[in-house]
Design a protein around this ligand. Structure first.
Ligand SMILES: *[C@@H]1O[C@H](CO)[C@@H](O)[C@H](O)[C@H]1NC(C)=O
Ligand SMILES: *[C@@H]1O[C@H](CO)[C@@H](O)[C@H](O)[C@H]1NC(C)=O
Ligand SMILES: *[C@@H]1O[C@H](CO)[C@@H](O)[C@H](O)[C@H]1NC(C)=O
Ligand SMILES: *[C@@H]1O[C@H](CO)[C@@H](O)[C@H](O)[C@H]1NC(C)=O
Ligand SMILES: *[C@@H]1O[C@H](CO)[C@@H](O)[C@H](O)[C@H]1NC(C)=O
Ligand SMILES: *[C@@H]1O[C@H](CO)[C@@H](O)[C@H](O)[C@H]1NC(C)=O
Length: 446
């Protein structure tokens, strides 16, 4: 196009001034096209460009040509290979319907009544007799395409995450019961070490030894520490590194990438548990919970009741609109970001567990959904999204967490599940010592 333009220059470029204006115009158009392109490419960090300033990340969606370009199509293909097709069609339809109605708290009361009584099997577009089963995916896709015309479509993810260290074969050989993924900052190597040597060791688990578990740390991409991370991974083979910078504001994307990794590379693991590296987890309680559920027969159905998530449940907490201190300020949410006075029930990010089907449903909804991902990840992934789909969030029975103060005596109580280990920079006490003390208590209940 540019070259045609240059060739026809003799006709248009009659004088210098006019010629200059035309070149300026062409530049503007090119700049605009480039801007649009860059916007699309860096969708993953959109809205956080300020915080990501100064960090060069090479987002290269085509690095592996086998990597599909459109996440939602990739996800659908995998789901359709695995689950009952009729269930999936109903699920897709439920998803479209619920998201089109918007957040539950903003719906008119009358509408809430009809949606809570919604009969998942009663969708007219799906049961339309004129469409054959094989033409259904096309029907669903055309719905997708009509939505793409809407302006907010830009928040649908355009590419999958890039995992610099992906351990793509980590789950190939084994049938895994419990996949534990821990969000960890690159420089927290001491904490990772403490976890590996205590609750994450997978050793001496008594009656629970037969539960097959795998544990990985999901780290950010911090260029300065990249070599260390690689060395550490060469030793322990337990690090997944995602191409996201370490900034706090990207936390929803980070947890989304955790879901995505487990979907792509460890999708057959029966349960997924998510936690953070500064949390000490009473693994025994987690295994106790899992063990009672492992024998349940499973099949290829894809039904909402099989997707229930478990954790420490917050019941409709209020939304912070103002805070007096900088830490609280992180959680201040504007009306634009979230218009309702309360969040839907959600699970503490200290640790939540979900069956594979729940993970699959959430990642589908997150990548299909065209709203901007809400920046508090726990609220988004265990609150807002499951709320749309009516996926239940259940409290782990009698399990307690502590997020303030010392963990020192907390684990003497056998119902203590998770504690935030205040690991401040410059804290001279050894992380391993702390973790080991808690671990000795926890193991007593074996
Ligand atoms: C790229 O694709 C090949 C072929 O499927 C696969 O073996 C390889 O692990 C992939 N690499 C990455 C980084 O995803
Ligand atoms: C929901 O669908 C099922 C199966 O088609 C049907 O038996 C049932 O009567 C429906 N319920 C309502 C309230 O329409
Ligand atoms: C729906 O399709 C089936 C199979 O083609 C046909 O037997 C049935 O009569 C159709 N029902 C309606 C209501 O058109
Ligand atoms: C999987 O099994 C094959 C053959 O038994 C083996 O060569 C390979 O190293 C195993 N991979 C992993 C990740 O354990
Ligand atoms: C462990 O298993 C043994 C044998 O099945 C049983 O006697 C014991 O009570 C179990 N211990 C716990 C803590 O469940
Ligand atoms: C599959 O499991 C679901 C519950 O998870 C159950 O409702 C359904 O009947 C099962 N289907 C078959 C064919 O066993």
């Amino acid at each position: 196009m540019e070259f045609d333009f240059v060739n026809s220059k003799s006709h248009i470029c009659l004088n210098r001034k006019r010629c200059f204006s035309i070149l300026l115009l062409v530049n503007c158009i090119l700049a605009f096209l480039y801007y649009t392109y860059v916007q699309n490419q860096s969708e993953g960090t959109k809205g956080n460009s300020n915080s990501a300033k100064g960090i060069r990340i090479n987002f290269n969606p085509d690095r592996n040509s086998t990597k599909p370009s459109k996440p939602i199509e990739y996800i659908r293909t995998i789901l359709e290979n695995e689950y009952n097709y009729d269930d999936l069609v109903k699920f897709y339809s439920l998803n479209e319907k619920e998201f089109s109605l918007g957040l539950r708290c903003t719906r008119k009361p009358k509408r809430i009544e009809t949606t809570t009584k919604v009969n998942y099997t009663g969708d007219t577009t799906i049961e339309d007799n004129s469409t054959t089963i094989s033409s259904l995916p096309i029907a669903a896709t055309s719905q997708v395409d009509s939505l793409s015309a809407l302006p907010y479509y830009r928040y649908q993810r355009r590419s999958l995450f890039t995992f610099v260290i992906d351990h793509a074969d980590a789950c190939l050989n084994d049938s895994i019961d419990l996949l534990i993924l821990i969000i960890s900052k690159s420089d927290n190597y001491k904490t990772r070490d403490a976890i590996r040597r205590t609750w994450g060791s997978g050793e001496n688990l008594g009656n629970y030894s037969s539960i097959r578990m795998k544990l990985f740390f999901l780290t950010d991409f911090d260029e300065k520490l990249s070599t260390n991370i690689r060395l550490e991974d060469n030793l322990f083979h337990d690090i997944i590194q995602v191409e996201l910078p370490p900034q706090y504001t990207l936390v929803t994307y980070r947890v989304l990438s955790l879901f995505e990794w487990s979907f792509r590379f460890c999708r057959r693991a029966k349960f997924l548990f998510k936690t953070d590296d500064d949390i000490f987890i009473n693994l025994i309680l987690l295994l106790k919970f899992i063990s009672s559920r492992l024998d349940k027969p499973t099949n290829n159905s894809f039904l909402i009741p099989d997707m229930t998530m478990y954790g420490y449940k917050h019941y409709r907490p209020g939304v912070f609109r103002q805070a007096n201190d900088p830490v609280g300020a992180r959680y201040v949410i504007t009306l634009d970001e979230f218009p309702c006075s309360h969040y839907p029930d959600f699970l503490s990010g200290f640790g939540y567990v979900m069956p594979k089907k729940g993970r699959d449903a959430i990642i589908y909804a997150a990548y299909r959904n065209t709203d901007k991902p809400f920046r508090i990840s726990d609220v988004y992934l265990t609150g807002i999204l499951p709320d749309y789909l009516s996926i239940e969030r259940q409290p782990l029975p009698n399990y307690n967490i502590r997020y303030q103060g010392s963990c020192e005596n907390f684990f003497e109580n056998p119902t203590s599940f998770a504690c935030a280990v205040g690991l401040h920079h410059g804290d001279s006490t050894d992380v391993f010592d702390k973790f080991n003390r808690y671990w000795q208590y926890v193991k007593k209940s074996l």
